[in-house]
Ligand binder design. Structure first.
Ligand SMILES: NC(=O)c1ccc[n+]([C@@H]2O[C@H](COP(=O)([O-])OP(=O)(O)OC[C@H]3O[C@@H](n4cnc5c(N)ncnc54)[C@H](OP(=O)(O)O)[C@@H]3O)[C@@H](O)[C@H]2O)c1
Length: 268
């Protein structure tokens, strides 16, 4: 007969809690070199995934790869422009060649601008949509073709509370993130037929390069803080935890949803 004390001892030795959360998934993260993408890459690696780090600049990706490898994880760097279909196709081919399969895609790469509509140029509108919408489409199509054959797979799209709310000066960005949310619903309905899932997160404010200019403006920041019931910005690991949950441990029946991680901003 096994005593309670020996079970407790065994639990400690095996670190059962840790093992329960270990994943062997292969996860592609776009925009993984900094900001929220870096936090997501580090978190899924911490939970046992092999991570494919994609973005346009090689140095930050190499630095994230080193952090993952120093913690005993596995990572591959692939310089990728998500707006370019050849570059995206090469990313998925290289990832598959390196790790044998792809289980999860995190569509995180994104850009923002702040320009009133009357001053918004067509090239600027296209730049936002090319990255935030076309990039997500191209990567999801590559992943979906593989998920359909495998009969499984997950995608998590990084939208924004700006896709749920309107904000003056952000029409292109808000429209692009609204597109991410409704793309998520449509693709989830398609993929459910072959056993794959797509969900999204809608981050509120997190201190990254994307809002560096805003954070330098005290008056604008005071206004932002008044809109957030939690009266603070989120930390990247708070967002990364939710993405990792959707990517690795959520039930298959959860699909097509967008979870706001925003200190209550979109609830008021
Ligand atoms: N921070 C926030 O408060 C917040 C709030 C809501 C939503 N979001 C969303 O969260 C995501 C991550 O943003 P972040 O805050 O972490 O911003 P960030 O620090 O500026 O990071 C953006 C990432 O996207 C990559 N990227 C941009 N264009 C790309 C392209 N064409 N191809 C491949 N990679 C590209 C960048 O890498 P390279 O420049 O090297 O390519 C970078 O790694 C975005 O989708 C953003 O809209 C952020």
């Amino acid at each position: 007969m096994i005593s309670i004390s020996s079970v407790i001892h065994l639990t400690k030795v095996l670190d059962v809690r840790h093992i329960t959360y270990m994943s062997n998934s292969v996860v592609v993260v776009t925009g993984a070199g900094r900001g929220l993408g870096e936090a997501i890459a580090l978190e899924v690696a911490r939970q046992g995934s092999s991570v494919v780090l994609a973005g346009r600049s090689i140095e930050p990706l190499e630095s994230v790869k080193s952090s993952i490898e120093m913690q005993g994880g596995r990572a591959l760097v692939r310089v990728t422009d998500v707006t370019d279909s050849d570059s995206v196709a090469a990313l998925f081919e290289d990832a598959e060649n390196a790790f044998g399969r792809i289980d999860v895609l995190v569509n995180n790469a994104g850009i923002a601008n702040r320009v009133n509509l009357v001053d918004l140029g067509e090239a600027e509108w296209d730049r936002i949509f090319d990255t935030n919408v076309r990039g997500m489409f191209l990567c999801s199509r590559e992943a979906g073709r593989r998920f359909a054959i495998a009969g499984s797979g997950r995608a998590v799209n990084v939208a924004s509370v700006f896709g749920l709310l309107g904000r003056p000066g952000y029409s292109a960005y808000c429209a692009s993130k609204g597109a991410v949310i409704n793309f998520t619903r449509s693709v989830a309905a398609e993929w459910a037929r072959f056993g794959a899932q797509m969900n999204a997160v809608a981050p509120g404010y997190f201190a990254t390069d994307i809002n560096a200019e805003l954070r330098a403006d005290d008056a604008a920041m005071a206004k932002v803080m008044r809109r957030i019931p939690a009266y603070r910005m989120g930390t990247p690991d708070e967002l990364a935890n939710v993405v990792a949950y959707l990517a690795l441990t959520a039930p298959d029946f959860l699909t097509g949803q967008t979870i706001a991680v925003d200190g209550g901003e979109a609830s008021v």
